[in-house]
Ligand binder design. Structure first.
Ligand SMILES: [Fe+2]
Length: 316
């Protein structure tokens, strides 16, 4: 059964939701043994507020922004409906869409997109870990320090971080801290990501702990500077640790792309909840086998914004 026939059967939304939940319960291994656990990944929610009056590159892009809160809410509710439950959620950045003001105090005297995004994801029944995307920054009008201060104050989020959970490591990298996002640098180019020496050294120390690792970074590796200081950079680091890095996931392009092992470890670019409420990755982690499984990969319509609803017709 595909999405079309599923819909044509006239199943109500409630029945479809029940089918989804049942299918998940059947396909996911029981969490009770302790061997497996489940995480979800979402990206590019691009939340706006009533101060948004912009024009994006295409009418479709502009129109999509008026649905971002609804779609993020639907993605959240879907994740919450799953059992075995999702234990950790990762958001890959572009949480909100640009800055309505360059005045720091404005964000503490007005309810803005910065607050609306949090109000939605606070409803997720699992801890959510937030990366920063290019639209979460406002360079050059808003300094990177401004953003870091705001993210700390509003969300308690650091520019980059690691989560150690049940023997695995989840790295939230920030590709806007290097020279390519420094307006004073001759290498300034916002289309390219870079981590900066300090973060690269930190990432290497994290990897040296030897745990099975999942890496998240907003820009696809294709547009992250391969090396930054001599031959030191993210690409050689990922290749060196390719056996223990089980997955690298990015957002930003708003489309599903499978880079396979182009950069060493398996690398996916995932679609955006901005365009599709189904845009989530559901991942099963096997603690014993030290492997992970992208459970809804069979539903993805590659190179598009879209994936079919989980439970519609999934070959798992
Ligand atoms: Fe982005």
């Amino acid at each position: 059964m595909n999405r079309r026939t599923f819909t044509s059967l006239g199943l109500s939304t409630a029945a479809a939701a029940a089918a989804t939940t049942r299918l998940w319960a059947e396909s996911a291994k029981p969490a009770s043994s302790g061997r497996h656990f489940y995480i979800a990944v979402i990206a590019d929610s691009h939340i706006i507020d009533s101060d948004y009056h912009g024009q994006e590159e295409t009418p479709e892009d502009t129109e999509s922004l008026y649905h971002t809160a609804t779609r993020l809410t639907a993605a959240r509710d879907f994740i919450n409906s799953l059992g075995p439950r999702i234990e950790q959620v990762f958001h890959l950045g572009d949480y909100f869409h640009d800055y309505p003001s360059t005045d720091y105090d404005f964000y503490f005297t007005h309810r803005t997109r910065v607050d609306i995004a949090k109000e939605i994801t606070d409803g997720i029944h699992a801890p959510m870990h937030l990366l920063l995307g290019n639209h979460d920054y406002g360079v050059p009008g808003v300094s990177r320090e401004f953003t870091h201060r705001l993210f700390q104050a509003k969300y308690g989020v650091a520019p980059y971080s690691a989560l150690d959970y049940k023997g695995w490591k989840f790295l939230q990298l920030n590709c806007f801290l290097g020279d390519t996002w420094d307006i004073k640098s001759p290498r300034y180019d916002q289309g390219t990501g870079s981590l900066g020496e300090r973060q690269l050294q930190w990432a290497e120390a994290q990897l040296a702990e030897g745990k099975p690792t999942v890496v998240f970074v907003h820009y696809p590796l294709w547009i992250v500077a391969p090396t930054e200081i001599g031959d030191f950079g993210l690409h050689p680091l990922l290749r060196r640790y390719r056996e223990q890095i089980k997955l690298v996931v990015s957002g930003h392009w708003h489309k599903w792309v499978d880079f396979a092992h182009t950069f060493g470890p398996q690398h996916y670019v995932m679609a955006a909840t901005r365009y599709d409420e189904n845009a989530s990755m559901l991942i099963e982690i096997d603690r014993e086998g030290q492997t992970c499984r992208f459970l809804n990969a069979g539903l993805v319509e590659w190179s598009t914004h879209y994936s079919r609803r989980y439970g519609a017709s999934v070959p798992l």
